[in-house]
Design a binder for this molecule. Structure first.
Ligand code: AR6
Length: 355
């Protein structure tokens, strides 16, 4: 997944480069800067002394010393002064300058803290938005790089924001239906089995062999049973033959119908090129649920088409899963920004979209 939001201590991350939220002297300080210097050992400071400082919005690179990463990219974020003093532009520039250095040093994996969002006072929700927007725009032109946005202290993070309280009440409303939904689906499944009609689970199991490694537990994986044509009992062989367009075929058809290029689609889906190629070249590829939804979002499919597409991969959306309800929330509002969706999923401790 090209961009991942993770909760971690950045000093522990085994990536090519971590980014330090430094100050203009580059001689260390508190917050993440202090933690990085502590973990790297005194030779980091020795190298920093030779750099002659760094201007706000710019970045410089050093080795990682005792850290598990190869490099530390030091950037200096703006001090928040209410938002009217070019803070956003300077913060964007921190991300861009750091990423340019990462490319120059052939880094494939880079981890950023939320620059300026601690001592420098940039509101965390806005700092996260700037991080995600800037990194995703940068990655449009770069393949094969994974960028981690590291959130350290979740308690203070965005959950109090309006968007999230809206989502919370949306979830609360939908959860009310949960028991009804789950039991009615189980009942339909039971009826299908009892009538001796073919068992979709067997077919799904057969296709599961091709599932990618990042599996995602679907709360009701057999819900696909509802829409399978059930005119007369079929043997398993016959049933398999009747499986119509596969996920991969549907995906490629929709990309064409929308006049998108493959790259536009997988980038918008936050999926890396390698995984996309696998799906493209294997007609029977069965993606994880998060991957399947990521493509539905990239294609801006309405809810019914999203459901169809998920069904092709053996999944459903249900009201007994917070994850599913959050996805529904965004699709219903026509908000197909995968990074915003991921921020919300992250805030609710759910798996993120993408690979
Ligand atoms: N891993 C990941 N994120 C962290 C960690 C960690 N170990 N520790 C803190 N954070 P800050 P700034 C988060 O204050 O606002 C220093 O003194 C933290 O929760 O480190 O850019 C410098 O020398 C917050 O979200 O950096 C400068 O003088 C984010 O990192 C000044 O602070 C950034 O918080 C820079 O202030």
């Amino acid at each position: 997944m090209p961009i991942q939001i993770v909760r971690a201590d950045i000093t522990k991350m085994k990536v090519d480069a971590i980014v330090n939220a430094a100050n203009e002297t580059l001689l260390g300080g508190g917050g993440v800067d202090g933690a990085i210097h502590n973990a790297a050992g005194p030779r980091l400071l020795e190298e920093c002394r030779k750099l002659g400082g760094c201007r706000t919005g710019e970045a410089k690179i050093t080795k990682g010393y005792k850290l598990p990463c190869r490099y530390v990219i030091h950037t200096v974020g703006p001090v928040w002064q209410g938002g009217g003093h070019g803070e956003r532009e300077l913060l964007e520039s921190c991300y861009k300058s750091s990423l340019m250095l990462a490319v120059k040093y052939r880094c494939k994996t880079v981890a950023f803290p939320l620059i300026s969002s601690g001592v420098y006072g940039y509101p965390k929700d806005r700092a996260l938005r700037v991080a995600i927007d800037t990194i995703s725009a940068f990655l449009l032109d770069i393949d094969e790089m994974t960028v981690y946005v590291v959130i350290f202290d979740k308690a203070s993070y965005t959950i109090g924001e309006k968007l999230f309280s809206d989502i919370k009440s949306y979830i609360d409303d939908r959860y009310a239906d949960e028991h009804y939904d789950a039991s009615s689906v189980r009942m339909r499944q039971y009826e299908v089995m009892r009538d001796g009609r073919f068992n979709v689970e067997n077919i799904n199991a057969k296709r599961d062999k091709k599932a990618d490694t990042q599996s995602f537990a679907d709360p009701m994986p057999t819900m696909a049973a509802q829409s399978v044509p059930l005119a007369k009992p079929l043997s398993l062989d016959e049933a398999v033959k009747q499986l119509d367009e596969s996920f991969s075929e549907m995906l490629l058809r929709k990309i064409d119908e929308r006049g998108m290029t493959d790259a536009q689609c997988y980038k918008k889906a936050n999926i890396d090129r390698k995984l996309f190629s696998k799906i493209r070249s294997d007609k029977h590829y069965r993606p994880s649920k998060t991957t399947a939804i990521a493509f539905a979002i990239a294609l801006e499919l309405p809810l019914d088409e999203t459901r169809d597409m998920l069904m092709k991969a053996g999944y459903a959306l249900s009201h007994s899963s917070k994850f599913d309800i959050i996805i529904e929330y965004f699709i219903e509002r026509g908000n197909y920004n995968i990074f915003e969706i991921n921020e919300a999923l992250f805030a609710f401790d759910q798996s993120l979209l993408g690979a």
